[in-house]
Write a protein that binds this ligand. Structure first.
Ligand SMILES: *Cc1c(COP(=O)(O)O)cnc(C)c1O
Length: 326
């Protein structure tokens, strides 16, 4: 894949390649949400992957496109969240050495979990920027290949396979709500859906606290936004001031980005559990928050929400589920 063009065919290629290694996920109707908004609402359950998140798709396809020589060198990722899990899991399945870098503030259980998935963990800097600089030194010194979390054509094509599955299961889809962090997930899905028919609406959702892609689109160029604590932590972080792919793809293909508050995310996680018995993390519940608060006008008759992952910390989850605040 060259330049900035990722095509529908690239997404089919990704689908063909990852099929033996990545589960096809179910699209299930939610009666509760359908009743709530008076339209048919479907949940795309990316929670059913082995490591609990859609990032297995892009990570697998990226690793499948390493050269023989790169495979021997091994890969490196910087992440305390689902990107690290995805790369660790995919690398293990494919017999590739993986190193996941984290900063010193990471909790012991995250380190244990990533190790459990088969990756080596290196605790580097005091914060993200430090860690990135140290990881780049490792790349230079030990020859690892850096796997980017979203700004990579193979990763974007891999995440886009979700769009193909939606079209197959629900060809009449009107609107899709997609959580937005760095924008790889929504870019891939939007390329697939808009290539099928441009009137399908693709709407991004981020948290109010630290919505970098949202602010960047408003500014017309990638900007930095202060990183704040949020329940949707897997949507946090920058998009890179030198963003190569996702900023432009979102600009071109995405109809709108909406933000939701922490209270709305709490209520959505609680709702998902109470009505659907679904365990979701904050980043995965933002689409439900949009519907519960009727934040989109003329949403159409068939709506899909991407439920992107289930990897919530158990104490956080219990606190939310047992709280009366909603
Ligand atoms: C990474 C992630 C996203 C957002 O994906 P981007 O490609 O960064 O926009 C959404 N939900 C969850 C749970 C994630 O881990």
């Amino acid at each position: 894949m060259e330049d900035n063009t990722i095509t529908l065919r690239d997404i089919y290629r990704a689908r063909h390649a990852i099929a033996p290694l990545v589960r096809r996920t179910p699209l299930v109707q939610s009666s509760a949400l359908s009743q709530h908004i008076g339209a048919s609402v479907y949940l795309k359950l990316e929670t059913v992957h082995d490591m609990g998140a859609f990032k297995i798709r892009g990570a697998t396809y990226r690793l499948q496109n390493l050269t023989e020589e790169e495979r021997r060198r091994g890969v490196i990722a910087i992440s305390t969240g689902n990107h690290g899990r995805g790369v660790a899991y995919a690398a293990k399945r494919m017999g590739i050495r993986a190193v996941v870098c984290m900063s010193k503030i990471v909790s012991e259980d995250k380190v244990r979990e990533i190790r459990g998935l088969g990756a080596e963990v290196r605790i580097l800097g005091n914060n993200f920027d430090d860690t990135r600089a140290e990881a780049e030194r490792l790349v230079a010194k030990e020859g690892f290949v850096m796997v980017e979390p979203f700004d990579d054509p193979y990763v974007i094509a891999g995440q886009g396979t979700i769009g193909l599955e939606i079209l197959e299961d629900l060809p009449e889809v009107d609107t899709v709500l997609v959580p937005v962090g760095g924008g790889g997930l929504i870019s891939g899905i939007a390329i697939a859906l808009k290539s099928a028919e441009s009137i399908i609406r693709v709407i991004g959702v981020s948290m109010e606290r630290g919505a970098t892609m949202y602010e960047s689109q408003k500014a017309g160029k990638p900007v930095e936004v202060e990183e704040l604590q949020t329940l949707a932590d897997n949507l946090g972080g920058g998009i890179g001031l030198n963003n190569r792919y996702t900023f432009k793809l979102v600009q071109k293909y995405v109809d709108d980005i909406i933000t939701v508050s922490e209270e709305q995310i709490v209520a959505a996680m609680k709702y998902a559990y109470e009505k659907e018995r679904l365990v979701t993390e904050g980043a995965a519940a933002v689409g439900i928050a949009v519907l519960l608060n009727n934040l989109v006008d003329d949403i159409g008759r068939r709506v899909v929400i991407i439920i992107s992952a289930r990897n919530v910390n158990i104490e956080v989850f219990l606190r939310i589920i047992s709280g009366n605040k909603s």
